[in-house]
Design a protein around this ligand. Structure first.
Ligand code: ADP
Ligand code: ADP
Length: 228
């Protein structure tokens, strides 16, 4: 069963850059899928579609059987959580606590449910002791963890991370890998975009290789053998 299905998706930016050129791919439910490809391949552009921030100009995307369209935007965003590459694009509230609460509050959850989700999420990423800190006083890695907690607190079915290890030191990368292992144990699907083939080979059970806005290959880890 595929939780995400992309068929013949095209996307052109306003300056006419043809970033996605008929890309098709699928993400199995419960998988740890790595989306790999060089810088400029179209990874970020694709991820913005999977969370309905960008809408398909041509082609289609289904998430858990629901077609991504203006009518389903909100529903899709509750099913698919996206962690941006740069946490400064995502973390903006006055305190870490408020930041993580934003999504669950927006979903209309009750106050007690919001509190317990925020607490669980901040503890999961090891940021509970920083709950009252202003995000702009946190380090890059800490902000990233708050951004991840904000996504976790919404309890989406799919968690997508764009270059999650970029700019993290090895300690920060280990923490991140532990957090991802925790999601996977909860039965979540994880899609991680990276240009780091070693990370993909170590972590993923499914690999999608894209280049120049198209899918080159989809399959198991054997795809990465001799590709360094
Ligand atoms: P990746 O995440 O794999 O590095 P991107 O999706 O960021 O790739 O970029 C795909 C292509 O789209 C590149 O040619 C990039 O220069 C272009 N691109 C990305 N964002 C924009 C934008 N906002 N406006 C115009 N072109 C863009
Ligand atoms: P109010 O009664 O003003 O609505 P809340 O209890 O909802 O207050 O939250 C006020 C602030 O207290 C929040 O912005 C957050 O920083 C902090 N906070 C709320 N709930 C908790 C909690 N369970 N644990 C720690 N801090 C909390």
């Amino acid at each position: 069963e595929n939780i995400i299905e992309v068929k013949d998706l095209h996307y052109r930016y306003k300056d006419d850059t043809h970033a996605l050129k008929g890309i098709s791919l699928s993400v199995p439910k419960g998988s740890r899928t790595a989306l790999v490809g060089p810088n400029g391949a179209g990874k970020s552009t694709l991820l913005l579609h999977l969370n309905a921030i960008n809408l398909p100009q041509q082609g289609s995307i289904k998430v858990a059987g629901i077609e991504v369209s203006p009518a389903t935007e909100k529903e899709i965003r509750n099913k698919v959580g996206l962690v941006f590459q740069d946490p400064d694009d995502q973390v903006f509230a006055m305190t870490a606590w408020d930041d993580v609460a934003f999504g669950p509050l927006n979903m209309g959850l009750g106050r007690d449910e919001v509190k317990s989700r925020v607490e669980d999420a901040l503890k999961l990423v090891g940021m509970w002791e920083f709950k009252d800190k202003a995000p702009h006083h946190l380090s890059f890695g800490q902000k990233k963890r708050v951004a991840i907690a904000g996504v976790v607190a919404m309890d989406p079915e799919v968690i997508i991370l764009d270059e999650p290890t970029a700019y993290l030191d090895p300690g920060g990368q280990d923490v991140l890998m532990e957090i991802l292992a925790g999601f996977h144990k909860r039965g979540k699907t994880i899609l991680l975009a990276t240009h780091d083939m070693d990370l993909a080979a170590e972590w993923a059970d499914r690999i999608i290789v894209i280049k120049s806005g198209r899918t080159l290959a989809e399959g198991g880890k054997e795809l990465l053998v001799n590709k360094d």
